[in-house]
Design a protein around this ligand. Structure first.
Ligand code: SF4
Length: 353
């Protein structure tokens, strides 16, 4: 949870997660949908799936988390860093857990400034491996934990608190005033992306159905639901096409644009509500989706067919149990809190046919 998200954001998720899955058994025996729902909003869903698979794997094979490195490394989703961290924190064994924080402390202390991030990381790993005590009586795990904490709280990527640092006397970067030049924060190039999100709802009160994409479990957004969307620039073209196929805007309902930041882009989602003339709302609906959403080059069928999300109608009453990607979850929240409060939609046929 902490790998890409700040601790203050993670805390409520972590507490809820631990209440739902307090031990290995409860996590391993939970359905994937329940696990994904508990993680919803944190992103990087492939990690959730691997965590879940890992719990099942451990339970099947050993019944409890193993402590040997080779066993830990055989668990799906566990690499050298996680294996070392588990050995160190859970079992108080020697584990060379070198994350970005530790690499930064070592590189600054020793004044390494000419290498790339990857080279520094590799070198820091060798350095820690060489110097970390092998004798358990010297508590090597304390040194590992202290280095991680020092990097996270004192030797920060920007604004290092050198005056409070216990390594100040020996730190080359501090002495030579090179602190901010060694492993400064990464510069993220955030791309703005504007998407039009037509919320297609079939008429029919509580039996209303909503058109949704569902990403296959092995894809990047594995297991998540999203409303269909297209580039904003294609909105008017799409609306014209939609009106010829019995899809009409609900003109009395409007949504403010929703912005959501991902690692590499900032998406602004422009949602609008549409009703679909459909007396029998459950499939076949794929043809409707294919016709309506493959108008743009960007949304043409992907090369890897197996990773394409499936498009289908879902009962409105089921949506609360689904896991949505973060931006689309905000749209669902608006739909549920502001629109689906007992009102029935009235379609506007304002768009020319
Ligand atoms: S003295 Fe400053 S740069 Fe050196 S390890 Fe401490 S916080 Fe980092």
């Amino acid at each position: 949870m902490l790998q890409q998200t700040r601790a203050e954001v993670v805390i409520p998720y972590f507490l809820r997660w631990m209440a739902l899955f307090p031990d290995l058994q409860s996590l391993a025996q939970a359905s994937e949908a329940r696990v994904m729902k508990a993680w919803e909003g944190l992103g990087y869903y492939s990690r959730t799936r691997r965590l879940h698979q890992g719990a099942r794997f451990i339970l099947d094979r050993w019944g409890a988390v193993p402590r040997e490195e080779k066993d830990l490394l055989s668990i799906p989703g566990i690499g050298p860093y996680t294996a070392a961290a588990i050995r160190s924190f859970a079992f108080q064994e020697r584990g060379v857990a070198v994350d970005g924080n530790v690499a930064r402390v070592v590189a600054r202390c020793l004044g390494w400034k000419e290498q790339s991030r990857a080279e520094i990381h590799k070198r820091a790993y060798s350095y820690i491996d060489e110097h970390l005590p092998r004798d358990a009586s010297q508590h090597p795990w304390e040194l590992v934990e202290a280095s991680i904490e020092l990097g996270a709280c004192i030797c920060k990527p920007k604004g290092a608190l050198c005056e409070q640092c216990p390594l100040r006397e020996v730190c080359v970067a501090f002495r030579t005033q090179q602190v901010e030049n060694i492993l400064p924060p990464k510069k993220n190039q955030i791309q703005p992306v504007d998407r039009f999100v037509p919320l297609l709802v079939s008429q029919g009160g509580e039996q209303e159905h909503v058109l949704l994409f569902h990403h296959p479990p092995w894809s990047l957004m594995g297991g998540l639901y999203e409303f269909p969307s297209i580039p904003l620039a294609e909105r008017s073209q799409w609306e014209k096409l939609a009106s010829t196929r019995g899809v009409y805007p609900v003109s009395e309902v409007s949504f403010a644009p929703i912005t959501h930041c991902y690692t590499r882009f900032r998406a602004t989602l422009h949602a609008a509500l549409f009703t679909v003339e459909q007396t029998r709302p459950v499939p076949p609906s794929i043809s409707l989706g294919e016709v309506l959403f493959n108008s743009s080059g960007e949304d043409k069928p992907r090369k890897r067919l197996a990773s394409r999300p499936s498009l289908a109608w879902h009962r409105r009453s089921q949506l609360a149990d689904y896991s949505f990607s973060s931006g689309h979850r905000k749209i669902l929240f608006l739909l549920r809190s502001k629109i689906w409060t007992g009102m029935r939609f009235k379609a506007s046929h304002a768009v020319s046919k």
